[in-house]
Design a protein around this ligand. Structure first.
Ligand code: GLC
Length: 742
């Protein structure tokens, strides 16, 4: 009998492209679920790593056909993730596995393949690598993020990688956290805006139709502020702070239609998030209304037993997670989940209804992405990939994302200068592409793209090889290093040091001290002592502390991990071909003892000793210099009294380019609530807009203050509170007060 239904389904499947009616697809899902066996359903809820089915157990794509057949035919696995190879190998591999899935399995359900293309198509050898999110956020331009997401979709779609585990929407409140560079910074509004831009561009990419791709809002929730900085260590975050700072980026993503969510591997307020029915059902589904697919993070059901110790064994972990709301388990390399699920159903602890909920979401996603119509890679889309054009775009994105933190006039560098370049990132491609580039921790130097330039090569190209001297030193660790460096410095006019952090990912990047390592600090000290002007390029995933040196260095650029064209982008800024316009999306700490986002209230010291305010940071959130000068003038409010619920205030400010060259300026608008029943942040970013101004040009920039959107705040239950009283709007160097009396 079931074969009869299969024939019906098959018939539909082959004519589905004639019908794009979603109601028909939804009916097909119900029909499929109706005839699926329990094992077929549990298989759809299980995701394996490609390393389980490749010949050598690595990410490189040589298929172990026997292992693969066992996974999809015997275990009915419906999803795989994580490989890294060139287009040809990807094309061959995905074609082979989808063919087996849709031709040899009973119900011919296509696979959905997940990938971490978190800063471009970074697991494709020919992929265009962009700066990581922390730098994209520094652009303060949603179009920059959208451009990156669109190119990532264009380069990813041809090989049938339908599900991208991006963007990270965790708020970067803790720079010790080794995934800080994956965030869009410390501000919830900035994270929301950039996340929305990413999701709309990626899931709405028109250049790849009829292929559609899914993004993934991760990692829900409270992952990015571990109390002691280590990845996957416990977070203790008050409910009100969760609602005001951690929920908004995810809510914005849901409102933008993101199709999937990945769960935080850590603990929040004593609960292992993967086992928390409150977080995964009450908060995520009921309060925030997310209706899409919830995927676990990798092997996180095992972690409930092995790391969090909130369950006695994996089977209890399976019950806890699935009961809480996990739809698909990223099991990676184990079939134990399948066995446990069978037993839990047999014991009546997990109902078929609960399983059908998850299978429905999984099949719905596969239908929405067109996988039932065509699961195969597309030669035609592959022919559309234009790496040359994409790399130019990647350079422009990097140029918009590099922050000029300090400049005493040394930059831009004039031609003919004798330049000494040295330091950890001076001649390294890996330090430019950073982590998650061709491999989890970033590929070794010899496996980085041959075509890309290192900083040393780009500087030679721009300033002339005869004017550039490279000393291969990561830092000064002995007298010999010092001597070698000083000899080279003697005949140089200027010293450029590429300082920072070798790429790291997740727990591999745990640190105990935010201070830069001694040998790099020594290199800067030796360079400063030469008396020659020193320019430091920071290639790092988080703001490592180097205050004593920073205060003596002439010019500093924060470049993060600027990507495959990062060297050319940096050099275009050093030479003045490009006028830098980025601003910090995070606070750069002065010391390891005071690491605080911009919105945190200062101590009373800053209130009662205003004449000698304590220095709170090395560089503040929103700081970024230009080679021109912008002046803010005439901040005007359409009203200074709000009495009606739907009343608005239009704030306008004039921004003028007083300098001698074209420039871009991110105009950041902050609102402060002067008095709240609970302590309110010093100020919060509520709007930003990037404008372009020619020399001498001025523009009026407008921000409309909406009472509920911009003046209310959530209480500990997530209920919006609106309180009468004085508020302040601040932009540039100006601020004005207004009163709410509703
Ligand atoms: C990792 C990360 C997650 C990633 C997943 C799949 O552990 O936490 O961000 O998407 O595994 O690679």
């Amino acid at each position: 009998m079931q074969n009869f239904f299969v024939a019906i389904i098959f018939l539909f499947t082959n004519f589905s492209h004639a019908f794009s009616l979603s109601t028909k697809d939804l009916n097909r899902i119900d029909s499929l679920i109706h005839i699926m066996t329990l094992d077929e359903k549990i298989g759809q809820m299980t995701q394996l790593c490609f390393s389980t089915i490749t010949l050598d157990g690595s990410k490189s794509l040589d298929l172990n056909v026997a292992n693969f057949r066992e996974s999809v035919i015997k275990h009915n696995i419906g999803s795989f993730l994580s490989g890294s190879d060139n287009y040809d190998k990807w094309f061959e591999f995905i074609t082979a596995i989808q063919k087996i899935a849709v031709e040899e399995t009973r119900l011919k359900i296509p696979l959905i393949i997940g990938i971490d293309h978190v800063h471009g198509a970074n697991y494709i050898s020919e992929g265009t690598i962009f700066p990581h999110n922390i730098s994209l956020a520094c652009s303060f331009d949603q179009q920059v993020v959208a451009k990156m997401a669109n190119i990532c979709a264009i380069e990813t779609a041809p090989i049938g990688l339908s599900w991208n585990f991006a963007p990270v929407l965790d708020v970067g409140k803790n720079p010790y956290w080794p995934r800080f560079y994956e965030t869009f910074g410390e501000d919830p509004f900035l994270c929301s805006e950039m996340g929305k831009a990413y999701i709309k561009a990626y899931e709405g990419c028109k250049d790849i139709l009829p292929v559609k791709l899914s993004a993934c809002a991760k990692h829900f929730i409270g992952y990015s502020d571990p109390k002691y900085g280590y990845d996957r260590s416990p977070s203790e975050i008050p409910s009100q702070v969760i609602w005001e700072f951690f929920v908004p980026p995810f809510k914005a993503a849901f409102d933008a239609g993101v199709k999937t969510v990945m769960i935080n591997s850590g603990e929040l307020n004593g609960e292992a998030v993967h086992g928390s029915k409150f977080l995964l059902d009450t908060l995520l589904r009921q309060r925030l209304g997310f209706k899409g697919l919830v995927v676990s993070d990798i092997k996180d059901i095992e972690r409930l037993e092995l790391m969090h110790k909130t369950v006695e064994n994996q089977k209890e972990g399976t019950f806890r997670s699935v009961d809480a709301g996990i739809d698909m388990y990223m099991a990676c390399n184990s079939y134990v989940f399948i066995r446990d699920m069978r037993e839990l159903v047999a014991e009546g602890r997990i109902s078929m209804k609960r399983i059908d909920e998850s299978v429905y979401r999984i099949l719905k996603l596969k239908f929405e992405l067109g996988l039932f119509d065509n699961p195969y890679p597309s030669k035609q889309l592959l022919s559309n990939v234009n790496q040359t054009k994409n790399q130019i775009e990647a350079r422009e994105v990097a140029e918009e994302s590099i922050v000029l933190l300090k400049n005493d006039g040394i930059l831009p560098l004039s031609k003919g200068k004798k330049i000494l370049i040295s330091g950890l990132g001076a001649n390294s491609k890996g330090m430019l592409n950073g982590p998650w580039s061709f491999d989890w921790l970033g590929a070794p130097e010899q496996l980085q793209p041959h075509s890309m330039n290192t900083l040393y090569e780009s500087i030679q190209n721009k300033f002339g090889a005869k004017n550039v001297k490279y000393v291969e030193l990561e830092g000064i660790s002995c007298e010999k290093d010092k001597k070698q460096f000083l000899n080279a410095a003697q005949n140089s006019d200027i010293i450029v040091l590429a300082i920072g952090e070798k790429p790291y990912s997740e727990f591999m990047g745990n640190i105990n001290d935010l201070t830069l390592d001694k040998i790099q600090l020594n290199l800067m000290d030796v360079a400063i002592k030469t008396g020659k002007p020193v320019v430091v390029i920071l290639l790092e995933g988080r703001p490592r502390v180097f205050t004593e040196q920073a205060d003596q260095i002439n010019s500093i650029l924060f470049a993060g991990y600027p990507g495959i064209m990062g060297a050319d982008a940096i050099v275009n800024i050093l030479s003045g071909s490009v006028n830098p316009s980025a601003k910090l999306a995070f606070t750069y700490p002065l010391s390891v003892g005071h690491v605080s986002p911009y919105y945190n209230k200062p101590s009373e010291y800053n209130i009662y000793w205003k004449n000698n305010p304590i220095r709170k940071n090395l560089f503040p959130f929103g700081h970024g210099l230009s080679y021109t000068t912008f002046e803010y003038d005439k901040l005007e409010l359409s009203d200074t009294l709000l009495t009606e619920e739907n009343q608005e205030i239009t704030a306008t400010v004039t921004v003028r380019n007083k300098g001698k060259r074209f420039g871009k300026e991110a105009v950041l608008w902050y609102v402060s609530d002067e008095t709240g029943t609970i302590s309110r942040p010093v100020k919060l970013l509520k709007y930003f807009e990037k404008i372009e101004l020619k020399q001498g040009e001025e523009k009026k920039v407008k921000f409309t203050i909406k009472i509920n959107e911009h003046l209310s705040y959530p209480d500990k239950n997530g209920c919006q509170i609106l309180e009468n009283g004085f508020f302040k709007i601040a932009v540039g160097t100006l601020e004005k007060r207004f009163y709410l009396n509703k």
